[in-house]
Write a protein that binds this ligand. Structure first.
Ligand SMILES: Nc1ncnc2c1ncn2[C@@H]1O[C@H](COP(=O)(O)OP(=O)(O)OP(=O)(O)O)[C@@H](O)[C@H]1O
Ligand SMILES: [Mg+2]
Length: 365
């Protein structure tokens, strides 16, 4: 006889590979149903973008067959409850579970491109995702999402006018470029830019989100300090091309986030424009900007390597035309983006299991 208790015992032998404990201890198993030889249950993952689903499914099936009954017909269903990085630090962005800052050091390496496509990939897997364009000097999200010129609506919340993000392609997005005239932002300097950004962050009404992705301007300056002083960032994603000059600047970005004063955990390094593959010769890879610079950077700083994204026509065109490659591009681009998104989601779950929530940095101004 197959019983619920036997299934629970069997599943308490299945480890969650990243979290180092078994599924039962982690409270990840629910809705066990047994009908003769048919056994079904649901595993509650820490993110819908979990890259280990197949591995966990296989391990659950084996555990039931080996420890309960070798003839059992096992169905493993998945759902997800994204773990929150927030405990009591809920003064800013109270409804957002995890905040991902995308930075680089060097300009033009693809932060905005990665941010947009990452947001879409996480949303497609089933998460609630927001995208905040914090590039006060050169906001590019409105063009990349095809929402340039849209005027966001306002809503009164406790007497305060709050800006409602634009809903587009299954995500919520807001850019400082939708609030100010194109020519205004570029002339902002130091303190003015910082206070505009601060206001922007606190005046947007982000409702329930699993992940809020923040596309940062290039560099490691005032704006970045303002960001970590205003928002408890769950972790930072560093984008670089393989080229030495980009990697050198990416190092500075890692050191800034990871430094003793800021202490934002690094979720990993994305190597963008890693190689070019012509559509007619898919086996050929041309390492235009050098090879594996991002990977070596990750190894050097002992942070996760999140994957390579190739240079493709569809990523470039998608950005320019407001039709992002993740939704409209070729298979190679989509697969590469998916892999990076899954690794980021996975590393957030690991981070939240092992580290305390990030505190807003209070310091030197
Ligand atoms: N993998 C890629 N394949 C093809 N084109 C790409 C790729 N990544 C980025 N691009 C293109 O390179 C240009 C710069 O990318 P993007 O604007 O995302 O960089 P950025 O780091 O956000 O720049 P900035 O520092 O100015 O904010 C864009 O035209 C974009 O379409
Ligand atoms: Mg950008």
């Amino acid at each position: 006889m197959i019983t619920k208790d036997k299934i629970i015992v069997a599943l308490s032998n299945v480890q969650e590979p990243d979290l180092g404990k078994d599924l039962v201890t982690l409270n990840m198993v629910k809705d066990i149903e047994i009908d003769g030889m048919n056994v079904s249950f649901t595993v509650v993952l820490t993110t819908p973008a979990c890259p280990l689903k197949d591995m966990i499914r296989g391990a659950c099936e084996n555990a039931v067959k080996i420890l309960v009954d070798k003839n059992a017909l096992v169905t493993v269903n998945f759902t997800a409850d994204v773990v929150s990085n927030r405990k009591d630090n809920k003064l800013v962005l109270p409804n957002v579970k995890n905040i991902i800052a995308v930075g680089s050091g060097k300009g033009g390496v693809g932060k905005s491109t990665v941010s947009v496509n990452l947001a879409l990939a996480l949303a497609k897997e089933g998460s609630k995702v927001g995208l905040m364009d914090a590039d006060i000097y050169g906001p590019s999200i409105p063009i990349m999402l095809g929402i340039r010129g849209e005027r966001p609506m306002m809503k009164d919340v406790d007497g305060k006018g709050m800006i409602i993000p634009i809903e587009v392609m299954g995500i919520k997005a807001m850019s400082i470029g939708l609030l100010v005239d194109d020519k205004q932002a570029v002339v902002w300097r130091g303190p003015m830019a910082s206070s505009a950004l601060k206001q922007f962050v606190t005046d947007v009404l982000w409702e329930e989100l699993d992940y809020l992705i923040i596309d940062l301007p290039p560099g490691t300056g005032d704006i970045h300090l303002t960001m970590v002083q205003t928002i408890p960032v769950t972790g930072a994603v560093i984008v670089t091309t393989p080229q030495d000059v980009a990697v050198a600047d990416a190092k500075k970005a890692i050191m800034m986030f990871d430094g003793p004063q800021i202490k934002v955990p690094i979720l990993g390094v994305v190597e963008n424009m890693a190689y070019f593959t012509p559509a007619e010769l898919p086996e050929n890879k041309y390492y235009i900007f050098g090879k594996e610079g991002g990977k070596r950077l990750a190894e050097q700083f002992e942070v996760p390597f999140l994957g390579e994204i190739p240079i493709t026509m569809s990523i470039r065109e998608g950005g320019d035309e407001g039709k992002p490659a993740y939704l409209n591009g070729d298979e190679i681009s989509i697969a590469a983006i998916d892999k990076v998104a899954q690794q980021i989601a996975r590393n957030i779950s690991i981070r939240n299991a092992n580290l305390e929530p990030t505190k807003v940095v209070e310091m030197i101004s």
